[in-house]
Design a binder for this molecule. Structure first.
Ligand SMILES: Nc1ncnc2c1ncn2[C@@H]1O[C@H](COP(=O)(O)OP(=O)(O)OP(=O)(O)O)[C@@H](O)[C@H]1O
Length: 268
């Protein structure tokens, strides 16, 4: 490994430095600093109102922090617009799915892949060689992505006819179509039944194995404890602990914050 590679390896995919976000006189995030190492699955957890969604809003450009900095692979992205940030490789999959319900699974994925395509309107109207080649490439990519999501049998089903769990998978598929380097998942297991949660967990693992850095906000502690390489805990906007799943489960301040929730018994 050369010195540039060694240096790159050490630059975190995402880094928050002293991020504070005040909203209407309330400090929703209070001087939070943490790093998400490249290629890892990191969960951001905390009781209701701890500041997780606000942190996501700051990271993805939906809110400009009152103070502090956000860095993506060492580049300062603080205050950039969400579209600029996603163009740099940080993509957020929303809690509510953003799928086109009147289109099929394949049409949804192809539309999302086209947003990343290079051909313009003129090339598509003229059906140039470049356009036809790109179209064939996108079809192949859509096929592979739909298989990755486990939705091959549903490729021609209207999104509105998918089960809730399948719709959530498609929502993540749309985010993956943007070819993220860092993927922010917002409560992916919310509303899923146990077998759907299991399928989702496996998919998040495979996304991580594919080299995408994953930051996850999730209330399902079994899921968090079983797939995270690293966990960051917020309480009342403050970072109270970071560590491995077992360190977090045994951290007295985390146990206090989650009193009665059974976090210390969540499976690892
Ligand atoms: N737009 C807003 N206006 C006023 N207060 C807000 C706003 N957004 C967040 N807050 C407050 O900031 C604090 C942190 O909220 P946030 O939604 O970030 O927490 P959370 O950890 O995501 O909670 P949950 O797990 O319930 O989704 C809360 O006290 C919340 O009421």
């Amino acid at each position: 490994m050369n010195s540039t590679q060694t240096q790159n390896k050490q630059i975190p995919a995402l880094e928050l430095e002293g991020v504070t976000m005040r909203i209407a006189g309330l400090t929703a995030v209070d001087n939070a600093s943490f790093a998400v190492p490249a290629g890892k699955i990191v969960s951001l957890i905390g009781p209701n109102g701890a500041g997780k969604t606000t942190t996501y809003n700051v990271i993805s450009g939906y809110m400009k922090p009152t103070s502090g900095r956000v860095k993506l692979f060492g580049h300062d992205i603080t205050g950039m617009a969400p579209e600029q940030i996603s163009a740099l490789g940080l993509v957020r999959s929303f809690q509510r799915t953003s799928i086109f319900s009147a289109c099929t699974v394949a049409e949804n994925i192809l539309t999302a892949l086209h947003l990343k395509g290079e051909c313009g309107v003129l090339q598509s109207l003229l059906r140039t060689h470049k356009f036809r080649k790109e179209e064939a490439d996108l079809q192949a990519q859509a096929h592979d992505l739909i298989a990755f999501l486990g939705l091959s049998a549903r490729a021609n089903t209207l999104a509105s006819n998918l089960s809730y769990g399948e719709q959530r998978l498609l929502g993540v598929g749309l985010a993956l179509a943007a070819k993220p380097k860092v993927l922010l998942l917002d409560e992916p297991a919310a509303g899923l039944n146990p077998s759907e949660t299991e399928a989702f967990k496996e998919m998040v693992r495979r996304i991580g194995q594919g080299g995408v850095t994953v930051l996850l906000v999730e209330h399902d502690m079994h899921m968090v404890m079983s797939i995270s390489d690293h966990i960051v805990v917020l309480n009342y906007g403050r970072l109270i602990a970071t560590g491995s799943p077992s360190e977090i489960q045994n951290d007295p301040e985390v146990i206090r914050a989650y009193l009665g929730s059974g976090i210390e018994h969540a499976e690892n």
